[in-house]
Write a protein that binds this ligand. Structure first.
Ligand SMILES: [Zn+2]
Length: 232
């Protein structure tokens, strides 16, 4: 027999069908946020099991990065792009935390929690933060932190200046645009620590590179990078 709660749940689902954030198909009762079919089809890089040269190449010869982990590989017009869009622009905050918990669980299986002192998210500019009301990278960091049992900070790194859109700029121009955009206001927060820097998506890696430089200059022992998705 169905409980009263279950009855109401079915009733509410009928009025407001719960849909998959990746394909917009209707979710069955046991599914949350992403349907089983999408979850199986989303390309996971497994970069925490086998280091991926394509990810390390974004930083090679530029800045010292210990590990580069990305949960998914990013492609345009894909389920992954849909998920990132929902996370960034549609207020799907729970999605960021859930993805962090899932990937954190994968990282826990390789014992990563023992190689890490602090998780730091890449900050949004305050203007953007005000518009959006949240930083999607904070959510992913929060989920990772919960699964790994390692503290996270959304303020260890802060934006120094506003960067205009990165589109229509070549790599050199992009680099100039992001050089010196971050500050670590309290070096004592990060000094001597093994830090994982967390962002939602990595394209050229220029923004993340700038953040890594700031963290290393502030005295971090080593910096790794963890993103939800990366252009390979
Ligand atoms: Zn789906």
């Amino acid at each position: 027999m169905k409980s009263v709660f279950s009855f109401w749940r079915d009733f509410i689902d009928l009025l407001f069908p719960r849909v998959c954030l990746a394909c917009a198909g209707e979710l069955v009762e046991s599914e949350e946020l992403v349907c089983t079919g999408c979850w199986a089809a989303i390309p996971k890089t497994q970069s925490h099991v086998h280091a991926l040269p394509a990810l390390h190449a974004k930083f090679a010869g530029r800045v010292a990065v210990k590990h580069v982990f990305s949960y998914f590989s990013f492609e345009k017009s894909s389920r992954v792009q849909n998920l990132l869009h929902e996370l960034k622009y549609k207020n799907q905050t729970e999605l960021g935390i859930v993805l962090g918990k899932f990937y954190g669980t994968d990282l826990r299986q390789i014992g990563y929690q023992g190689q890490l002192d602090l998780i730091v998210s890449v900050p949004l500019h305050p203007k953007k933060y005000q518009q959006r009301g949240y930083n999607q990278s904070d959510l992913f960091a929060e989920g990772l932190s919960a699964a790994l049992g390692v503290p996270w900070s959304g303020v260890a790194l802060q934006r120094a200046t506003y960067t205009t859109t990165q589109t229509n700029k070549n790599r050199a121009e992009r680099w100039q645009n992001v050089a010196g955009v971050f500050v670590a206001p309290n070096a004592a927060d990060v000094a001597g620590k093994r830090v994982a820097l967390v962002d939602d998506v990595m394209t050229t890696g220029a923004t993340i590179e700038s953040a890594v430089v700031t963290l290393l200059n502030a005295g971090c022992r080593e910096v790794s990078v963890i993103t939800i998705a990366a252009v390979m």
